[in-house]
Design a protein around this ligand. Structure first.
Ligand code: CP
Ligand code: NVA
Length: 304
């Protein structure tokens, strides 16, 4: 495993190994044990989009493991990745300086191109297509709160976006079931559903009724209706996603023990109500914390 670009390009064994390592490293971290396995190692962190969790958790993961994170924003490199100079040149220049590249980009092809030309590991820190680090932290959180991964039923309510797609592949590879409920025109793309179901038959299903989706769910998951880069569609989307909020009305259609997840940032009053985000079923902040624990494991596996 050189890179971490998408969940569907990892094997089930590799993903399980990463989850096991996350559990182990989290326990040691909480016990105050130091692990300096990345001493002397540098990670460049390229961002075309804003970030709170991803940037800070990767920064802390690197420094905590003894390494050095280098944050690069678009204006530092003269625009988007590939604008000032070809991605293949950047990838090879970085490979001479650092031991890993992490990138958050608009186009998914940008991270693929970086990985193709870099001799060091490349990590996808979110693209328009996927968000694999998020899904793996989510799986760790689900394991902690339900005691299992296999057989867990997730109802994803809202936009069939990058976060939903990575969850679909996590479901396929790790034996979970994902039901996506979206308004017409915002479904998870048929190609991804087909790909997930080819890995594990029937693991991903698309529907239009959020109440039906949550009725037998262990986990209700939602994300913004307006992803980064879609800001101009905001008003149209808010109208079209009406009826897809995770609020007390939807919670009444789910089991009393259902867990509520959101990758954050959350827009209260839109995709999730404040009451539900702050309620007893919400595990949102454990989920956010687990970005750190999964990424410590990922960096250790790829770079030490
Ligand atoms: N969930 C997540 O990736 O958050 P940021 O955009 O703040 O990194
Ligand atoms: N779907 C969201 C996730 C943010 C972490 C976006 O791409 O903006």
């Amino acid at each position: 495993m050189k890179d971490f670009i998408s969940i569907n390009s990892c094997s089930t064994e590799e993903l399980n190994e990463l989850i096991e390592l996350s559990v182990e490293l989290k326990k040691a971290y909480k016990a105050g044990e130091r692990d300096l396995c990345l001493a002397g190692k540098n990670l460049v962190m390229l961002f075309e989009k804003p970030s709170l969790r991803t940037r800070i958790s990767f920064h802390i993961a690197m420094t905590d493991l003894g390494g050095n994170p280098i944050y690069v924003k678009p204006s530092d490199i003269g625009g988007l990745v590939g604008e000032r100079e070809p991605i293949k040149d950047m990838a090879r220049v970085f490979s001479g300086y650092v031991h890993g590249i992490m990138a958050r980009t608009f186009r998914h092809d940008t991270v693929l191109e970086l990985a193709k030309w870099a001799s060091v590991p490349v990590i996808n820190a979110l693209t328009d297509w996927s968000h694999p680090c998020q899904s793996m932290a989510d799986v760790l959180t689900i394991l902690e709160h339900t005691g299992r991964i296999e057989g867990v039923k997730i109802a994803f309510i809202g936009d069939g976006n990058n976060v939903a797609r990575s969850l679909a592949f996590a479901a396929a590879k790790l034996g979970m079931k994902l039901t996506v409920a979206s308004p017409a025109g915002y479904e998870l793309d048929a190609g991804s559903i087909e790909k997930a179901n080819a890995i594990s038959s029937g693991c991903v299903e698309q529907m239009s009724d959020p109440k039906e989706a949550v009725s037998d769910a262990d986990v209700i998951y939602t994300d913004t209706w307006v992803s980064m880069g879609q800001e101009e569609e905001k008003q149209k989307r808010i109208k079209e996603f009406e009826g897809f909020a995770v609020d007390s009305d939807l919670m009444a259609a789910a089991g009393a023990d259902v867990k509520v997840m959101h990758c954050l940032p959350a827009y209260r009053g839109l995709e999730i109500s404040d009451e539900v985000a702050e309620g007893v079923n919400s595990i949102i902040f454990d989920q956010a914390e687990n970005r750190l624990h999964f990424q410590r494991a990922l960096l250790k596996k790829l770079m030490s």
